[in-house]
Design a protein around this ligand. Structure first.
Ligand code: GLY
Length: 252
């Protein structure tokens, strides 16, 4: 169960962040409203939520999950894979030092937290354009030193590993067809997401509830069968910036 979350407000210049989505210009008032609704949901699920101020020099910094990883035992300060995002991690270190011992990923390693899927004490580390083998190796050594287990997964398509696969509690994953046959996922019951609804693979488990983006009726029907509380959130503006529900918080 999570007791804390760290989030960061999107800044006025958030639309100059990195994106490959061609979904139109995002609106600042709308993203603020969507972010506020997300924070409210986390609070409603019992988490104490820290909302950090925007970082004007880093328009993607509200995707606070990427520059750090927090486990039950340690916080890892990442070296983000996109040069424009390097530096976002600096102010997080002081915040996370209040909760966990700190470790770091060093040059030439790069890791984005969006590539790191936690399933209890086991970690799947996606190898992507953002997380390189050196970074994954450093992270794996840190995690094992703190008693965790881990393995790497080739991400293939999509920005991050968690663009395509997420944990749904117990021994269940939500996963796109592209990653469904990865041998490391064999032991899981899989909720398959069809290509047309791929974005909803970014569904987030928080304390037994599932937060998912609005607008994916086929997958919603499958999620309903799990019998867990479902919370639909509008994240249209976040999506325009290649982000989603998992990227907007660090939960621990
Ligand atoms: N805009 C999120 C990212 O590209 O890292």
């Amino acid at each position: 169960m999570f007791t804390h979350a760290i989030t960061r407000l999107p800044g006025e210049n958030f639309a100059s962040g990195l994106t490959t989505a061609q979904l139109g210009s995002p609106s600042y008032p709308l993203i603020l409203a969507q972010h506020a609704a997300y924070v409210d949901v986390l609070r409603g699920l019992g988490l104490e939520v820290t909302v950090l101020p925007a970082l004007p020099e880093h328009p993607d910094a509200y995707f606070v999950e990427d520059p750090a990883i927090v486990t039950s035992k340690v916080a890892v300060i990442n070296r983000p894979g996109a040069p424009a995002r390097q530096g976002e991690e600096t102010s997080l270190a002081a915040v996370l030092a209040q909760y966990r011992p700190l470790e770091r990923i060093y040059h030439p390693g790069t890791v984005d937290g969006g590539d790191v899927l936690m399933v209890n004490e086991h970690f799947f580390i996606g190898l992507s354009e953002r997380t390189n083998p050196e970074g994954a190796g450093q992270l794996g050594s840190i995690l094992r030193r703190y008693g965790h287990t881990c393995e790497t997964v080739p991400v293939g398509q999509g920005l991050h590993l968690k663009s395509s696969v997420n944990w749904l509690g117990d021994e269940r994953l939500i996963v796109t067809r592209a990653l469904a046959d990865y041998p490391g996922f064999e032991r899981f019951e899989k909720l398959l997401v069809e290509e047309a609804e791929a974005y909803v693979a970014n569904t987030l488990w928080v304390n037994g509830s599932l937060l998912h983006p609005t607008g994916f009726p086929l997958t919603r029907q499958k999620l309903e069968k799990l019998g867990l509380p479902l919370i639909e959130l509008e994240v249209s503006e976040v999506r325009k910036m290649d982000g989603g529900l998992t990227c907007m918080s660090l939960r621990f």
